[in-house]
Write a protein that binds this ligand. Structure first.
Ligand code: ZN
Length: 214
């Protein structure tokens, strides 16, 4: 089975009516969803299915498995309302795209260092690199360039590169085209002001933390 991922067609949709396609104890699947499951470093959404709290969302190939709190009474074929915590999702989307921009600027300007980690949470995003010395020396350049791209409020085009296999990309004209299956903003301006922080995470490894100032 494959769930229809409406969070790609419309990442701004906050609720949807779906049909339950399977139930196994507290784990359900749906025919379509707006509820993102952890992938590409972006954390899962929080929210409810038919009023029952989702405590875990896991992606497995083209299916997403939702673990509900105990005590639900859902059956296959039921029509349900799926709702997500939009404040959280929107912060995840803004931090995700801020991280996309920072990563691209680092790749383009600093000879594509090896990325060894990435994570997008609600309070901050982080990117980890193999890097000698302090990566904070790049911050004046990164903060200025990133803020220029954000302030220019550039359109972000997101689409399939391979629809059958669920491969997606985002593109900003004259800047970059990048493969990613996350949920992307419509324009860069939505990110708002950002701030970078450095963290040394061990010998030869550096972490860039990205924070939203609003
Ligand atoms: Zn992305």
């Amino acid at each position: 089975m494959a769930v229809q991922k409406v969070f790609w067609a419309d990442p701004y949709q906050t609720e949807i009516i779906a049909q339950v396609t399977s139930v196994s104890d507290n784990v359900v699947t749906l025919d379509k969803t707006i509820f993102y499951a952890f992938a590409g470093g972006q954390e899962s959404d929080k929210g409810t299915i038919h009023g029952f709290k989702v405590i875990k969302a896991e992606k497995d190939n083209n299916e997403i498995f939702y673990t509900l709190e105990s005590g639900h009474d859902l059956k296959p074929g039921d029509e349900v309302i799926v709702e997500i915590d939009w404040n959280r999702r929107y912060r995840l989307m803004r931090l995700h795209f801020a991280a996309e921009i920072i990563l691209e600027l680092i790749y383009q300007r600093f000879n594509k260092p090896e990325k060894v980690g990435a994570h997008i949470a609600e309070d901050k995003a982080r990117l980890d690199f193999i890097w000698e010395g302090s990566i904070s020396r790049t911050f004046p350049f990164l903060e200025q360039k990133a803020q220029e791209l954000i302030n220019a409020d550039l359109p972000i085009n997101s689409d399939f590169s391979d629809e059958e296999n669920g491969q997606r990309y985002w593109e900003i004209r004259d800047f970059a085209r990048v493969s990613c299956g996350g949920t992307h903003l419509r324009t860069t301006g939505e990110i708002g002001p950002i701030k970078l922080k450095r963290n040394n995470i061990g010998k030869g490894k550096e972490r860039v933390e990205i924070l939203l100032e609003q």
